[in-house]
Ligand binder design. Structure first.
Ligand SMILES: Cc1cc2nc3c(=O)[nH]c(=O)nc-3n(C[C@H](O)[C@H](O)[C@H](O)COP(=O)(O)O)c2cc1C
Length: 370
């Protein structure tokens, strides 16, 4: 679809995605597989009348193996492609690809760009054993020359107007090769680099090493986006001091403080308000049901949100402890002091929400249909 057609169809001003080196604060919403599905992205970016403070979203990863991925896979993981690659609030969503073979990665990126992706992000940070054992994610950090060739192939496959970005960790088991890894991403043509300031071997264990990001910054000209344990405004300030970074990506911190992106911009936002937080979770459940998720899947997603948000506030932790053992969505909503009707908006025209699901798992399989 041409830019003009996108604009006409969606009323969007089709413009380049925000960049971390542009004036102003760059705050990206981190991709989290099984958590930040399109419903969550849509909800978060629509906060405060679409003034959420989020600059950019990245989709959950799309696994690329031997062949180019199919269009329906890209559309399932990133349904925003069908509306110009943006959430309804107009925030761009980059499609994230994960794989170790340059050719299918390039083909998949080209397809994503053709379908309307405003940018392609490449995942070299995933620590999952199954992924790493099949030559994907953080395992590629062990051979920086492969980073250059994968990024290079993707860069050549998509139009120059579509940024190619890279997300990494500090390294596999240390940060000794971070400068080399960052330089390889830049040599391949990455426009910016997001670094989760932990190694693969650390998984999600402390400490997060924001100071190590300075090494990467010195090795490259492209902007470096800091990521890892940025949960409060104070964290953002300390990270900026230690890393020298002025662009940030926030993942789990947003589960406890969905309004952090606004707070970081100096917009007045109270820290934790039980009624508002519960209403947001209720709205999330409502949207999941509306878009076809079953009650058990929606319950699983609520528990996941609370689990990740629990470290932020004792009140959220208490909610999580109480709700994690509850077997049904109505019970969970009651504990949140929400009435069932709070989560049952009228069905969209031509769509009937399913009320029961056979899939209890909180994983991508339970993600709502677009
Ligand atoms: C449940 C979960 C799923 C994740 N999935 C992805 C993913 O699909 N792609 C990716 O690049 N990072 C993924 N990450 C890593 C996050 O994007 C981020 O780098 C990490 O959580 C550290 O940032 P945070 O402390 O702000 O959460 C995931 C993290 C979690 C907790």
């Amino acid at each position: 679809m041409s830019d003009a057609a996108v604009e006409a169809a969606f009323g969007l001003r089709h413009r380049a995605a925000p960049r971390p080196d542009a004036p102003g604060l760059f705050l990206a919403l981190a991709p989290m597989d099984g958590v930040t599905d399109w419903v969550y992205r849509d909800l978060l970016t629509s906060l405060a009348d679409d003034q959420s403070g989020i600059s950019l979203c990245v989709s959950e990863f799309v696994r690329v193996t031997r062949d180019r991925v199919q269009p329906h896979v890209l559309r399932r993981i990133c349904p925003e492609l069908d509306r110009g690659g943006r959430t309804r609030a107009g925030v761009p969503v980059f499609v994230q690809l994960l794989g170790g073979e340059p050719e299918p990665m390039a083909g998949s990126a080209a397809l994503a760009a053709e379908l309307g992706a405003p940018g392609i992000d490449i995942n070299f940070g995933c620590p999952a054993k199954t992924v790493n054992n099949h030559d994907g994610g953080a395992t590629i950090l062990k051979t920086p020359c492969r980073i250059e060739s994968i990024v290079g192939a993707v860069r050549r496959a998509v139009p120059a107007s579509v940024p190619v970005t890279v997300k990494i960790r500090l390294g596999w088991d240390g940060s000794d090769r971070l400068a080399e890894i960052a330089a390889a991403a830049e040599a391949g043509g990455a426009e910016w680099l997001t670094i989760h300031a932990r190694t693969r071997l650390q998984l999600y264990r402390p400490p997060v090493a924001w100071d190590a990001l300075a090494k990467a910054r010195l090795a490259v000209r492209m902007p470096v986006v800091a990521n890892g344990d940025l949960c409060t405004e104070a964290d953002l300030r300390r990270c900026a001091e230690q890393s020298g970074c002025h662009a940030f990506m926030i993942g789990r911190g947003a589960m406890g403080r969905p309004w952090l992106f606004r707070q970081a911009r100096g917009l007045p936002e109270p820290d934790y308000e039980p009624v508002r937080f519960s209403a947001l979770l209720g709205e999330y459940a409502a949207r999941l049901l509306l878009h076809g998720a079953g009650e058990r899947a929606a319950l699983g997603r609520l528990k996941q949100w609370l689990r990740l948000g629990a470290p932020a506030f004792a009140e959220i932790d208490a909610l999580f402890q109480a709700i994690k053992v509850l077997p049904s969505l109505p019970q969970a909503l009651a504990r949140l002091q929400l009435r069932p009707e709070d989560t049952q908006p009228p069905p969209a025209p031509g769509r009937r929400p399913r009320r029961e699901s056979s899939s209890p798992a909180v994983d991508r399989a339970s993600a709502p249909a677009p």
